[in-house]
Write a protein that binds this ligand. Structure first.
Ligand code: GDP
Length: 323
């Protein structure tokens, strides 16, 4: 089959055709220069149709129950008539073409319902690249008419910041631990949240989950919130028994109302646009600089490593010789 033209991609995505959407995402993920030009054309043309979805980020350590929670919450939303897309970001991912099968077991309803769309993360490139493509994929999903886009990430370091900067509402999924609930996550992550859920609040674990929730409710007010004026709630859910999900969804709707006031959402998204502009610019300049500085950079790096030159002097030296 011949590759679709840019116009085919644009029309197909706007028509909400999931096959074309999947192919447009593959185009965006491609490293080939010819594809990149076409991808830019498609993205630029679709840009006016983006921005309408509620963007939700979900982070948490492996095993916390992110996939289960997204499947349960997503099913509830599908039942309410929403179209839901899920994008997974896993920088350590070794999932390949066969990942569709993986998603069918991880999120059986979302992976098969015609009103849903699940896409694993691109499996090549540095984290910055993966996150950039995830953001562009999010935009394509919006243009394809998905009203809710959930971006899932495995809770490891840098990826949370990148996800935080592409979503409206950011949720951390945790489970009640063995006494050290608060120590387990970095303060920096706590300060990026809009809500925290303790999952697996069921069976023998219910009491522990409720105690963990109370602990967090005592601590969260003392942390600086990412979204000024919003009080970060903690609540118990069970993805398995589907309890607490209505409360969680109501909370997200309350947040959406809050963001509609005083143009908060507009400001947030403007700020995020600028974040991506600057972060991509830094990355591009850094790559270009390293390529141009060549061995001089490597030599000075080694000299710094051996403590033969102060880092500041090495930087001055390097900048003197470049440009
Ligand atoms: P992820 O790695 O964060 O995506 O976690 P998964 O959704 O794959 O869940 C990890 C394990 O926890 C699986 O065996 C799930 O069946 C189980 N699990 C997920 N949610 C719940 C829950 O609410 N209650 C209980 N008891 N188990 C759960």
């Amino acid at each position: 089959m011949a590759a679709p033209s840019a116009a085919d991609y644009i029309q197909g995505v706007l028509a909400g055709d999931r096959n074309i959407l999947a192919r447009a995402i593959t185009l965006i993920e491609s490293q080939a220069p010819a594809h990149q030009a076409k991808a830019s054309e498609v993205l630029q043309a679709l840009l006016p149709q983006t921005g309408k979805a509620l963007r939700i980020g979900v982070s948490g350590l492996p095993g916390a129950g992110k996939s289960s929670l997204i499947e349960s919450l997503g099913s509830l939303l599908l039942d309410q008539g929403y179209r839901v897309a899920v994008l997974a970001v896993d920088p350590s991912s070794t999932r390949r073409g066969g990942s569709i099968l993986g998603d069918k077991t991880r999120m059986p309803r979302l992976a098969t319902d015609p009103q849903a769309f699940v896409r694993p993360s691109p499996n090549s490139g540095a984290l910055g690249g993966v996150a950039r493509k995830t953001r562009e994929t999010l935009l394509l999903c919006e243009a394809a008419g998905f009203e809710i886009v959930i971006v899932e990430t495995v809770g490891v370091g840098q990826s949370e910041i990148q996800i935080r900067e592409m979503v409206d509402f950011y949720l951390l999924v945790m489970i009640a631990g063995a006494g050290d609930d608060l120590q387990g996550i970095k303060r920096g992550v706590m300060e990026m949240l809009d809500a925290l859920v303790i999952n697996k609040a069921d069976g023998d674990n219910l009491k522990r989950a409720q105690a963990a929730c109370r602990d967090f409710r005592g601590t969260l007010p003392f942390l600086e919130a990412y979204t000024p004026g919003w009080e970060v709630p903690a609540l118990c859910v069970s993805a398995l028994e589907k309890t607490g999900l209505d409360t969680l969804w109501q909370l997200i709707l309350d947040f959406q109302d809050f963001m509609q006031q005083e143009q908060r959402l507009i400001h947030l998204r403007q700020q995020q646009q600028v974040y991506w502009f600057e972060s991509l610019l830094k990355e591009a300049l850094w790559n270009r600089f390293q390529a141009e500085a060549g061995t001089k950079y490597q030599d000075l790096r080694q000299a710094v490593h051996r403590a033969e030159i102060e880092p500041y002097l090495a930087v001055s030296d390097l900048l003197k010789h470049s440009s």
